[in-house]
Write a protein that binds this ligand. Structure first.
Ligand SMILES: Nc1ncnc2c1ncn2[C@@H]1O[C@H](COP(=O)(O)OP(=O)(O)OP(=O)(O)O)[C@@H](O)[C@H]1O
Ligand SMILES: [Mg+2]
Length: 309
């Protein structure tokens, strides 16, 4: 079952154009669609000719769109982490939370987590109101990092869970040997431990996102007739296959737009291919988007979905 579609590829290959065209075509076929941009430098609104924000805005019948406000998601993620830390470590007055969080805001990984929780929100809160959610993604490096986060963080959280179990067990041993000790006072079972509970809920959220990416997402990679975009598509394929996320389709966009010699790597030729010509007059309207001709890709996607059900 594929209810979520991602368009991936090198900068400028046509991710925003094809995700808008795909969403528009599905919507005009009567399916209810949300198209969401995860790119910090948004231009989905420009492509659809509407002004967008972080909540769904109706573009036309059956089609809503939004541009994730990443700065807001970073603040939200930090605020939630701060509240959690305060709750769990209220006894530790030596920790200066404010300076800790002002550093964390600019730490590597923070933006990727923000994108991940934004995807979760779109999938869980908004997704049920739509038949399909189409994601227009940021440049490859950031996309690969957020797509790999559930698996990578899942490993970390599993180790932290084991560590917490050991701490709780050791506390219980101390409490048995010395029932009057301060450790005995705060000694709780796994089921009552807030930290253990929180680790469990993070693990479940990450596992659900891992399943979303690897089993329920249709991953389209876009290339142009140039070597660099093809090299980048190969990197995407290799990185995603290490995460057990299979590619679903290859979009050859802007065909005939350049005379330069290029060759499709045999490593990509196993994928179903969909070709889009370079529109010499440019793409200026929603009707121009529709005329790119994404029906074959859409029909393939809908057919795949049926066979997997
Ligand atoms: N088939 C096409 N024919 C003509 N122009 C195209 C075609 N596809 C995309 N373009 C144009 O190429 C430019 C880049 O496209 P687009 O913004 O969709 O790429 P992107 O991959 O989303 O870029 P970024 O990585 O910057 O987000 C735009 O000006 C768009 O109108
Ligand atoms: Mg784009």
């Amino acid at each position: 079952m594929h209810d979520t579609i991602f368009f991936l590829g090198k900068g400028g290959v046509g991710k925003t154009t094809l995700s808008s065209a795909f969403a528009l075509t599905l919507a005009r076929k009567g399916r209810k669609v949300l198209v969401a941009s995860l790119d910090p430098a948004h231009n989905l609104g420009d492509a659809l000719r509407v002004r967008l924000n972080g909540e769904p805005k109706n573009v036309e019948e059956n089609l809503d769109a939004l541009e994730v406000n990443l700065a807001q998601w970073v603040d939200r993620y930090l605020e939630e982490s701060r509240e959690q830390l305060k709750l769990n470590y209220s006894y530790n007055m030596t920790l200066n939370l404010d300076s800790f969080f002002s550093i964390l805001k600019y730490s590597p990984g923070t933006e990727e987590y923000a994108v991940l929780w934004a995807i979760e929100d779109i999938h869980c809160r908004l997704g049920p109101s739509y038949d399909f959610v189409v994601f227009d993604t940021p440049p490859t490096a950031l996309s690969l990092r957020f797509l790999s986060l559930p698996a990578m963080s899942g490993l970390w959280v599993a180790e932290l869970t084991k560590l917490r179990e050991r701490i709780l067990k050791d506390r219980q041993t101390i409490a048995r040997l010395n029932p009057g000790s301060p450790v005995a006072e705060g000694c709780v079972d796994k089921s009552d431990d807030k930290v253990y509970g929180k680790l469990g809920s993070i693990r479940a959220r990450l596992a659900a996102l891992e399943v979303l990416f690897s089993k329920h997402s249709f991953m389209s990679v876009i290339v142009n007739p140039d070597e660099l975009s093809i090299s980048e598509a190969l990197r995407i394929k290799d990185d995603l296959s290490r995460l057990n996320i299979p590619l679903s389709a290859l979009c050859l966009n802007k065909q005939g737009g350049s005379e330069a010699a290029w060759q499709l790597s045999p490593e990509l030729s196993y994928l179903p291919q969909f070709t889009y010509n370079f529109s010499k007059g440019g793409i200026h309207s929603r009707d121009d988007l529709r005329s790119i001709g994404v029906e074959p890709l859409m029909n393939y996607f809908l057919g795949e979905r049926k066979t997997k059900r």
